[in-house]
Ligand binder design. Structure first.
Ligand code: NI
Length: 131
């Protein structure tokens, strides 16, 4: 399997600003201002604590890719994002090892336009790979 490093834990929330304040009350520090991702129709904010990065993801439209997930999971973590030195090879190894891509590498405005791709495993659910 590929050598992966954890980049962040994606956390689905209904109310981004309230969730951000609550994470801040736990000692997390916002890494940047909230970014609006028009492609996925979500607002995103990254927070850091003890070297761990949490990504708050909140849909601003019913047509958002995560609106259905939010109804199902409520406010909850829903993916772990990984980075790899060689994302193309990592992607190939993941798909050869039981992970199925659920979209194609698409720019992520909250990550300075880096591309990301989501994959899912029947055993552990969704992961994200910075591509
Ligand atoms: Ni993410």
């Amino acid at each position: 399997m590929p050598s992966l490093k954890i980049h962040h834990i994606g956390y689905l929330v209904k109310k981004l600003e309230k969730a951000k304040k609550t994470f801040e009350s736990l000692g997390y520090l916002a890494e940047q201002d909230t970014v609006r991702d028009e492609i996925r129709k979500v607002d995103i904010c990254f927070l850091i604590k003890d070297g761990y990065r949490v990504e708050l993801v909140s849909p601003f439209s019913e047509e958002s890719v995560v609106s259905g997930l939010l109804k199902k999971y409520k406010n909850a973590p829903y993916h772990i994002c990984y980075e790899a030195d060689d994302p193309e090879t990592a992607y190939e190894e993941l798909t050869a090892n039981g992970f199925a891509a659920i979209d194609t590498p698409t720019p992520a405005p909250a990550l300075n336009g880096c591309k990301v791709v989501f994959l899912t495993s029947p055993v552990i659910g969704m992961i994200e790979l910075i591509y």
